[in-house]
Ligand binder design. Structure first.
Ligand code: SAM
Length: 274
């Protein structure tokens, strides 16, 4: 079946080359674009008002009513919509079984100053997180538990890498994400009157006995090095999640989930559907 869109079969096509390049951080930084793969992720991005630049769709998928409707909305939102052969989709996604829809969206980050700091708030700050899977999983947990925003502090991995976007399972598009160096973050949180409780192997207090306050930031450390001593010295409280057995520490995303849910539990799971 034919579709109203230009069809591409060559991996040497300029748009295909551009989309392929978005697998690398340098090209993402230069273009301000990133890839979202699969109809579910693309739909989620549209629901939350993200701006699409390019879309590649498998020809079979493009002629199905649901996908055709999504493609029409993407085009209306300003995207260049193309259909492509399986070979082209494989070359962009680098997977043998690629999604039949791959889109490039414009990156969007919040400034710390734009995060609403009035009233009770819950934020999560990640200090130099390096693993995109951890970053994406934490954004997903933060979204599921109604966190107000995730702040990436210092040199973190790219939240717009394919791996990170995939791990958020669409939550990237719903969650406010800000980046800052530590000094800027520290100044902002003091001005906002936010209490920083850090999850740390040096914590003496148990995480479920901490005072998180009404405007709280849970700060998590780097996968290898944890938090530097000078950063820990600025925190209001350091807490430790109890452990047993031979493990030295919990995985960062697992520890973040325990912390995030403890803060929410302390607020009576306000806003939940349970
Ligand atoms: N070797 C690192 C250290 O000594 O901090 C381990 C880092 S751990 C894999 C990554 C982060 O997860 C830590 O910086 C901390 O924020 C959090 N974390 C992991 N297990 C924890 C625990 N039992 N109590 C508190 N925080 C924990």
């Amino acid at each position: 079946m034919t579709t109203p869109f230009e069809h591409i079969t060559s991996t040497a096509n300029d748009t295909v080359k551009l989309l392929k390049s978005l697998n690398a951080k340098k090209a993402r930084a230069e273009t301000g674009l990133f890839l979202a793969e699969g109809a579910r992720l693309v739909e989620e991005a549209m629901v939350h008002g993200w701006s699409p630049a390019y879309v590649l769709a498998g020809s079979d998928a493009a002629s199905r009513p649901r996908t055709a409707d999504l493609l029409a909305r993407l085009k209306k939102a300003g995207a260049r919509v193309l259909t492509a052969s399986e070979k082209v989709l494989v070359s962009v996604s680098r997977k043998d079984n690629p999604q039949t829809l791959i889109a490039a969206f414009r990156q969007k980050l919040s400034r710390l100053a734009d995060l609403d700091a009035a009233g009770p708030r819950r934020w999560v700050a990640l200090y130099e997180v390096r693993d995109p899977g951890n970053l994406g999983t934490i954004v997903r947990t933060a979204d599921a538990s109604g966190v107000d925003g995730v702040i990436l502090v210092g040199q973190c991995c790219d939240p717009f890498s394919v791996e990170a976007v995939r791990a958020t399972m669409g939550s990237l598009f719903a969650m406010k994400l800000a980046t800052a160096d530590f000094a800027t973050f520290d100044a902002w949180r003091r001005k906002a009157g936010a209490r920083v409780v850090a999850a740390s192997m040096h914590g003496k207090q148990r995480h479920d006995r901490a005072d998180y306050g009404d405007r709280s930031i849970v700060l998590m450390g780097n996968e290898q090095a944890g938090l530097p001593a000078d950063v820990e010295a600025t925190c209001d409280e350091l807490v430790r999640i109890p452990m047993n057995g031979a493990a030295d520490s919990l995985n960062l995303a697992a520890a973040a989930a325990v912390m995030i849910y403890e803060v929410w539990r302390g607020r009576g799971y306000n806003g939940s559907d349970q």
